[in-house]
Design a protein around this ligand. Sequence first.
Ligand code: HEC
Ligand code: HEC
Ligand code: HEC
Ligand code: HEC
Ligand code: HEC
Ligand code: HEC
Length: 262
Amino acid sequence: MSGPSQRRRVLVLLFLVWVASCTVVVSESEQGFFALPPLPPPHEYGEVVIDQATREAGEDAVVFSHWSHRALYTCRVCHFELPFAMQANGSGISEEAHRSGHFCAACHDGETAFGHTRKNCSKCHTGGRADKEKSFKKFRESLNLPKGDYGNKIDWVDAERRGLIEPQKSILEPDFEPIPYDQEFEVPAAWSMISPAQFSHDEHMQWLECSNCHPDIFAIEKKGTQHFLMKHILDDKFCGACHMKVAFPIDDCKGCHPSMKY
Ligand code: HEC
Ligand code: HEC
Ligand code: HEC
Ligand code: HEC
Ligand code: HEC
Ligand code: HEC
């Protein structure tokens, strides 16, 4: 009875059940198969509350917006040339450092941007989220920025490519050009039914420095970083270090898995 043809039929059946279960997983995933954190409104995506030193000093907390700054400067300016950590409250910013022209005051000097003066304390020390919905809308519309679906709902890559924004790549070297590194690769997913994720070094080098990713986020040796599973990415690791907080968020499955349906 249990001849080869029946065994094959059982195998085909098992295979079909497996395919079906994978399809269910993929189609359900958007509705919470992965527990994605709720997204804030577009003007608050990438907003960082910096409140460690101010809490100790009894001063109002500072709220920093990435959207207004990343339109003018690439990530590498603040996270490579200037000593800002990619971590809320990670930089150890102090009033004394500001008075000597470091951190925010590297630019907020009264020339490049409004200065570190008495009249301006409350522009940074807003105490909580300042409502920037209107200024954000004005910013997006006046530059006619291309729409994205998630996060700031701005397609930053397209905006930069089309020259609608020209974020400075360096504030220290006027002629700076990023190291050309046009290596692209696919990251195969641990599940064979999932289309691989795409990664382009060159696209990232428009914004970042090698050391923003190597060796802290990704070990550099070949196949060094084994399987960046989505559960780790959702825990702010690997791709999630940026794509959970400032770069287009994980909700944008197609942004990384171009052959996915949504
Ligand atoms: C360009 C933005 C900016 C401006 C303008 C600014 N600050 Fe700050 N300030 C910060 C940031 C960021 C921190 C770090 C916040 C934290 O860690 O809680 C900070 C921290 C502080 C702290 C706590 C740290 C410490 O060393 O005691 C005090 C006090 C302070 N600022 C006072 C002032 C005063 C007074 C003014 C106006 C003369 C001012 N700040 C203007 C951004 C600014
Ligand atoms: C003008 C300066 C500036 C630019 C440009 C900038 N950042 Fe930041 N970033 C900051 C500051 C300030 C913080 C908060 C640091 C702290 O609290 O100590 C921060 C924090 C972060 C964090 C941690 C956020 C959190 O909630 O923990 C990430 C991730 C990040 N930046 C990524 C980026 C990326 C990606 C870019 C480029 C698209 C970028 N940043 C551009 C200044 C900047
Ligand atoms: C690399 C330069 C640079 C650094 C570093 C920088 N800024 Fe700015 N910032 C600017 C420029 C340029 C503008 C726009 C011109 C202006 O408003 O004077 C701006 C505008 C702002 C604004 C008004 C727009 C908005 O987002 O609401 C705030 C508030 C602000 N910065 C806070 C900060 C704080 C807080 C820090 C440090 C944690 C910081 N900036 C670090 C260059 C910088
Ligand atoms: C946005 C983050 C990011 C930046 C910026 C970045 N890399 Fe990478 N890099 C990666 C990732 C992700 C991998 C794959 C890691 C793995 O598979 O373990 C990788 C792998 C590599 C590898 C191994 C390639 C292979 O074939 O196995 C080298 C070499 C490398 N990067 C060099 C660089 C250099 C040089 C720069 C600057 C010019 C740079 N990277 C900038 C994310 C980055
Ligand atoms: C910022 C890039 C990025 C985004 C956005 C992204 N992924 Fe992934 N995803 C990856 C990478 C990288 C892998 C490869 C991990 C590995 O080695 O298995 C992966 C793997 C997967 C896997 C294989 C199993 C696992 O847990 O690793 C599934 C399923 C998956 N992604 C679904 C999704 C869905 C659904 C979305 C949208 C909600 C999404 N991904 C958004 C980068 C991304
Ligand atoms: C250090 C920060 C950082 C890390 C880590 C990072 N990215 Fe990005 N990525 C960015 C920024 C910034 C952009 C520009 C677009 C934006 O901000 O929305 C970007 C853009 C992209 C794009 C769009 C490029 C295009 O051509 O349209 C893809 C795809 C992407 N990332 C995939 C990945 C994957 C997959 C990983 C993990 C293997 C990863 N990224 C890790 C910061 C990062």
